[in-house]
Design a protein around this ligand. Structure first.
Ligand code: FAD
Length: 473
């Protein structure tokens, strides 16, 4: 029997359900065939995540090589690519970790049908999330729309165990003649050549190291420190979870096995609840397939968003005159990551202070984030825009200056990202436009020249945002 394992966004050898199950069933003369499909749709993704993803894939190919296993690539439109695959290798069974939302879900359905039409057995698994979209159900049936009751139920459902992969079997049974797939290999190599950004942490080992680092210490204070962008108070696991360099089960069980519950458990519990948010948004996207383009709350469809491109450019470039917003956008543009507190702040600023369409912000994040996950990003944006299923209420508009005072009290984060404000005193760091002339000279920051005036007035825009929503009621 030949079993093909189709890798997608699960770029790891350890705790990988599809791989573990395929190998579990493999014995005697059976063969395994590891492959990745280079879908033209992947070219629609943007530079940062594209580069990071393919470099992680390269790390996986190398890791597999060290274990004596060969990786293969097919490329092109999914149907055609799979036809070629079936023509070339006599495959009996295909194993993969399924996508439950977005493009991946549609493609999986199409390819499953094709494979089954060729008498290939298809085994697909819930692997990207602790609980799949349909696993946490209301007692009365149906699915949750609000996080808190979802989370209560989520906690009660038994968590899947870590999947042990028999890596020795992998080497013994791997199919390694590669000639037939040289096209795919070339396509992969040319993608790698194009991906010229360099990143610090790529692949399984750095993912595990980062997790251990977080569990050694920061997890205990997570509940208190996770809102302060100047502090490394969060796990930084998102890019690894996005590429699948680490499994969500490994993360969850490591927390349970490694933490010392005699220390502060609030931090640990809060962290676990964030993992549940990831499942929650996957579930929401599964049940609202149009959520990437359409407000989940029907009455808020067609809000009269502002489409002033110049304002939008200022937001993107981190030149709004609100230091916390600008510092956050510069962090995003430069590193491909933004702190969660700031994702909420800049998303609120774009939608409520600038009255701009959340879709624009969602697309911009897609372009820049290394950890871009459609379900979490759409969920986060529709939360901030007050158009999602469990959003921030439209009348509770974030005050960006207040956010800055609370979460970056000394302006440390602001100064890290906005050198123009380096010498501004703590008194004015959150609203530099209030500096009197002598203070501007002293801090070598002339407002309007070195750093912009605020592009909007928060108080005025807050009222307008509330009115915009109330007009729709
Ligand atoms: P930690 O605080 O250490 O959290 C651990 C893990 O839990 C994260 O890696 C992530 O997988 C998950 N998680 C945490 N918070 C959330 C959340 N609110 N929703 C869903 N999952 C969560 N997260 C993404 O992974 N990709 C995105 O594209 C994305 N876009 C966002 C857009 C907006 C507007 C907002 C408000 C949030 C978005 N988030 C997104 C959620 C969150 O900001 C990031 O997951 C988090 O900042 C990643 O850093 P971390 O790994 O240090 O997080």
């Amino acid at each position: 029997i030949t079993r093909a394992i189709w890798f997608r966004r699960d770029l790891r050898l350890n705790d990988n359900t599809a791989l573990a199950k395929a190998l579990e069933n493999t014995s005697d003369d059976d063969k395994v065939f590891l492959f990745f499909h280079i879908d033209p749709n992947l070219n629609q993704t943007f530079d940062a995540q594209h580069d990071y993803f393919f470099q992680t894939l390269k790390a996986l190919v190398d890791d597999a090589g060290h274990k004596g296993a060969e990786f293969h690539f097919i490329e092109g439109e999914p149907e055609r690519a799979f036809d070629e695959l079936l023509d070339t290798v006599d495959i009996d069974e295909v194993y993969f970790n399924s996508d439950e939302a977005g493009y991946g879900r549609d493609r999986d359905q199409r390819i499953t049908k094709k494979l089954e039409g060729h008498d290939v057995l298809v085994y697909s698994f819930i692997d990207h999330h602790l609980h799949g979209a349909e696993e946490v159900e209301k007692k009365s049936g149906g699915y949750y729309k609000v996080f808190t009751p979802y989370y209560k139920q989520w906690k009660k459902v038994q968590k899947p165990a870590v999947q042990k992969v028999d890596l020795e079997k992998l080497a013994e049974h791997t199919i390694d003649e590669t000639d037939a797939f040289s096209h795919g290999k070339q396509a992969f190599e040319s993608l790698l050549k194009k991906s010229d950004r360099s990143f610090e942490d790529i692949g399984e080992s750095p993912a595990r190291e980062q997790l251990n680092h977080f569990l050694d210490d920061a997890v205990y204070d997570y509940d208190e420190q996770r809102d302060f962008p100047a502090v490394e108070g969060t796990s930084r696991m998102s890019k690894f979870l996005r590429t699948g360099a680490i499994s969500i089960r490994t993360v969850y069980h490591a927390v349970n096995d490694q933490v010392d519950y005699r220390k502060n458990t609030e931090g640990v519990e809060t962290f676990i609840s964030e993992l549940a948010w990831r499942d929650f948004y996957n579930m929401i996207h599964h049940f609202y397939p149009n959520a990437w383009d359409e407000e989940m709350v029907e009455k808020y469809r067609g809000l009269p968003w502002n489409d002033d491109e110049e304002l939008f450019e200022r937001w993107k470039d981190g030149k709004t005159g609100y230091p916390i917003v600008d510092a956050a956008m510069r962090q995003l543009n430069e590193t491909g990551w933004m702190h969660n507190r700031l994702r909420m702040t800049v998303a609120s600023f774009l939608t409520k202070d600038m009255l701009m369409d959340w879709r624009k912000g969602e697309r911009y994040f897609a372009e820049k984030l290394v950890d871009y996950e459609p379900s979490s990003n759409i969920g986060g944006w529709q939360w901030a825009a007050s158009t999602g299923t469990d959003p921030v209420p439209y009348f509770r508009v974030f005050n960006p200056t207040r956010q800055s005072e609370r979460f970056d009290p000394h302006g440390r984060f602001i100064k890290e990202w906005i050198p123009e404000l380096e010498h501004v005193s703590e008194k004015y760091i959150h609203s530099p436009s209030k500096m009197p002339d002598n203070e501007q000279e002293k801090s070598k920051c002339i407002i309007g020249e070195d750093y912009p005036e605020p592009i909007v007035d928060h108080k005025t825009m807050r009222v307008r945002a509330i009115e915009m929503f109330e007009d729709k009621k």
